[in-house]
Ligand binder design. Structure first.
Ligand SMILES: [Zn+2]
Length: 305
């Protein structure tokens, strides 16, 4: 279900009760660093399983997928978008895909509305990477910035790759629009984007962690808090069982599949050892959890919500 802002306001006025808000528009949140860390849904992608983890042992892969509710050969992969609300400062991590990528996505603006978050009060937008489901949503229906006054941040490596002519030439067949779409969004952001590198503290207590592999400059963001830090992992960890228990299985959506596997294992080690919480775009909504390690096996534990 998708609403324009005006339709949604009318819908709310007509329904008048919170219980009437569609489940897909309800946000989850947890206290964090004196504010709240939210997870909003931009919708759900519906993907054929044969396009994922194609090199994995098929029987083992299908057994895991069946256990996680995939019975018709289609993986329903949520798109969670995180907002860190610190009062004066509201920091969005990725922006969903807007209305021009897949018909089942683009719900973020309605989800923010449903939670009474005025999108114009978002001060900062940090991108993990420039794939469509993470960056295309910066534009409204008129191709203008939805948040014209926000500050934007992306890694230098990610910017350099998608801003070059090489991006188009290395896109696999059927994904050419990924390159064109990233470039057209970059053109809108060129004057107001800050480029970061691994190790930078881009905003107070927000540190850039290397997780390149999914894309050439994919970055994760470590939100430091003495009461318990959280890693915004983007697409470094995409499946609640396979990414954790079989991080070596190459992921079809990683642009550098070997580097993607190395990044996954490095992150899993750190998340488990340092007891860092996890928020990831495509884990089952709302995508909050943690990693446990039992000898050589990692496991994802979803947060109670
Ligand atoms: Zn993604």
């Amino acid at each position: 279900m998708r609403f324009t802002r005006r339709q949604f306001t009318a819908y709310m006025a007509a329904s008048m009760t919170l219980a009437a808000i569609p489940n897909s528009l309800l946000a989850s949140s947890q206290p964090f660093a004196g504010g709240r860390l939210y997870s909003f849904s931009d919708g759900v992608m519906n993907l054929p399983v044969e396009t994922l983890f194609a090199d994995a042992p098929v029987a083992a892969r299908d057994q895991i997928l069946a256990k996680t509710g995939v019975t018709d050969g289609r993986l329903r992969r949520p798109v969670n978008v995180n907002l860190l609300d610190l009062g004066e400062r509201k920091i969005l991590f990725d922006v969903g895909s807007g209305v021009n990528f897949l018909p089942t996505l683009g719900e973020l603006p309605a989800a923010l509305d449903a939670a009474d978050v005025d999108i114009s009060t978002i001060t900062d937008v940090v991108f993990t990477h420039a794939h469509p489901d993470h960056i295309w949503g910066i534009l409204d229906d008129f191709d203008d910035l939805l948040m014209p006054d926000a500050a934007y941040y992306i890694s230098q490596a990610e910017w350099d790759f998608w801003d070059s002519d090489d991006a188009m030439s290395v896109m696999p067949a059927g994904r050419e629009n990924f390159a064109a779409g990233a470039k057209s969004r970059f053109d809108k952001l060129r004057d107001q984007i800050s480029l970061f590198k691994v190790g930078d503290e881009i905003l107070p207590n927000i540190e850039v962690i290397d997780s390149a592999g999914h894309t050439p400059g994919h970055a994760s963001l470590l939100l430091h808090d003495p009461a318990g830090s959280v890693l915004i992992a983007g697409d470094a960890l995409t499946h609640s069982v396979i990414s954790f228990e079989h991080p070596d299985w190459l992921n079809e959506s990683d642009m550098d599949r070997d580097q993607g596997a190395v990044a996954r294992k490095r992150l899993l080690d750190r998340l488990a050892a340092d007891k860092v919480g996890l928020a990831a775009t495509h884990l089952p909504a709302p995508g909050f959890g943690r990693v446990e390690r039992n000898q050589s096996v990692w496991r994802y534990v979803a947060a109670d919500s």
